[in-house]
Write a protein that binds this ligand. Structure first.
Ligand SMILES: CC(C)=CCC/C(C)=C/CC/C(C)=C/CC/C(C)=C/[C@@H]1[C@@H](COP(=O)(O)OP(=O)(O)O)[C@]1(C)CC/C=C(\C)CC/C=C(\C)CCC=C(C)C
Ligand code: MN
Length: 400
């Protein structure tokens, strides 16, 4: 199954290389072991009253008051943190402090090197600013992020790309089987091989990857969201998962006092914030495809019907509704911001850069007087350019 709009080349069995062998030699998530506190200090000051339940999972109150979707996602967060903590403990037990071995093999013709190079090219082509940001990361980490990026892009492309009309649930089942193979060290093609290598080196769990495929399944059958809880789950599937996949690669700063769980929570929040922003930017485009990724009950509270969304008129009701949606997206950005400083110092810049740029899309929706039906909100070249040094300054600040 190929997503033809991207220049994938299939290099099948050749890449069933002995990826598992490398597993033992890994120790790149080296940080101090922190007491396990399941809380995210980020949420305290936020307007939780506006969205009861949405953030309780992060505020230290455990599962009490969480919505079903939050509980479901919270369990995955805990599992990811446990995977990482286990790796930290293993490393400590072995008293290892292994310097990350470079994934650049000495032989320039090495196939794995070639595989990562392909991932790099795809990233550069499809996500230029993000690609620039990754250049500051250590070589092994940036390669891993490229490999993850490419897998996410391909997965999204299945339901959004030119082959989308032919994608059936069973095609997604096959994609999931292929994912299982990647995690078992049996990649199908070159790009899979890069990911197989990555997941053998970093403490990355398969669950967020499976969940992203579930998000794509959801997209095949669902075009309406009754309430925010349903939308939250969708946002977790297609974007929160990216945050969970990335943290084990980016690493947590050895001097950080934050718990692993809270860092994963912040990463999850960044994915959710990005996806909510995506949704708010693309309301018109989605409506033209017959889709409304907005909570139906909240639309109704503001007196907005489905046909109002399809007709695309910017009314005062629409502006008031949008103000609330933007406020919520910003709240998730706020939560995530408090976790960025906890990441390993080399990984902070690309995160700050992408966070700042995405956040500005919300400002642009406001500047367009909430017309997200026919005006595309975007961040201009200069603003983008200026954001990079600002992100850099934030990135070099030590963890709070
Ligand atoms: C502690 C802390 C804050 C850590 C940071 C964790 C982190 C790096 C989080 C990343 C969050 C992120 C970039 C999420 C992606 C959200 C997103 C835009 C998802 C898109 C989904 C589908 O949307 P839709 O179809 O509606 O939109 P399009 O029209 O198709 O755009 C996605 C397209 C899913 C696929 C996601 C990707 C291709 C992005 C994958 C990105 C990475 C693996 C790299 C993340 C790393 C950095 C440095 C940002
Ligand atoms: Mn998409």
């Amino acid at each position: 199954m190929q997503a033809t709009s991207l220049k994938w080349s299939a290099f099948p069995e050749v890449f069933a290389i002995s990826i598992r062998q490398k597993k033992a030699a890994t120790s790149r998530f080296v940080r101090q072991q922190q007491p396990s506190r399941i809380c995210c200090q980020a949420t305290g000051a936020l307007a939780q009253d506006d969205y009861p339940g949405v953030l309780t999972g992060l505020s230290g109150t455990g599962r009490l008051g969480m919505s079903p979707s939050e509980q479901r996602v919270f369990d995955v967060v805990l599992k990811q943190a446990a995977v990482v903590n286990r790796r930290i403990q293993e490393n400590q037990r072995l008293n290892e402090d292994v310097k990350p071995e470079s994934v650049v093999p000495s032989d320039p013709l090495d196939l794995l090197n070639e595989a990562y190079l392909r991932c790099c090219e795809v990233c550069e082509e499809y996500a230029k600013t993000f690609y620039l940001g990754t250049l500051l990361m250590t070589p092994d980490r940036r390669k891993a992020i490229w490999a993850i990026y490419v897998w996410c892009r391909r997965t999204d492309e299945l339901v959004d790309g030119p082959n989308a009309p032919h994608i059936t649930p069973s095609a997604l089942d096959r994609w999931e089987q292929r994912l299982e193979d990647i995690f078992e060290g049996k990649p199908y093609d070159m790009l899979d091989a890069a990911l197989a290598d990555t997941v053998s080196k970093f403490p990355i769990d398969i669950q967020p990857f499976r969940d992203m495929i579930d998000g794509m399944r959801m997209d095949l059958v669902k075009a309406r969201y009754e309430n925010f809880d349903e939308l939250y789950l969708y946002c977790y599937y297609v974007a929160g998962t990216v945050g969970l996949m990335s943290v084990p690669v980016m690493g947590i700063a050895p001097v950080s006092n934050a718990s692993t769980e809270s860092v994963f929570n912040a990463a999850l929040a960044l994915g959710i914030a990005n996806q909510l922003t995506n949704i708010l930017r693309d309301v018109g485009e989605d409506a033209r495809r017959g889709r409304i990724y907005l909570p139906r009950d909240e639309l109704a509270q503001f007196g907005i019907s489905e046909s109002d969304v399809f007709s695309g008129r910017v009314t005062d009701k629409w502006r008031a509704f949008m103000k609330n949606q933007i406020k919520r997206a910003r709240m998730f950005f706020d939560i995530s911001e408090q976790g960025v400083g906890e990441l390993d110092k080399d990984s902070r810049w690309p995160v700050w850069a992408s966070l700042t740029l995405y956040r500005q899309i919300l400002d642009s929706i406001e500047a367009n007087d909430y017309n997200n039906f026919t005006k595309r909100a975007y961040v201009g070249k200069w603003k983008k350019f200026l954001s990079l040094p600002v992100a850099y300054v934030r990135a070099i600040a030590p963890p709070p």
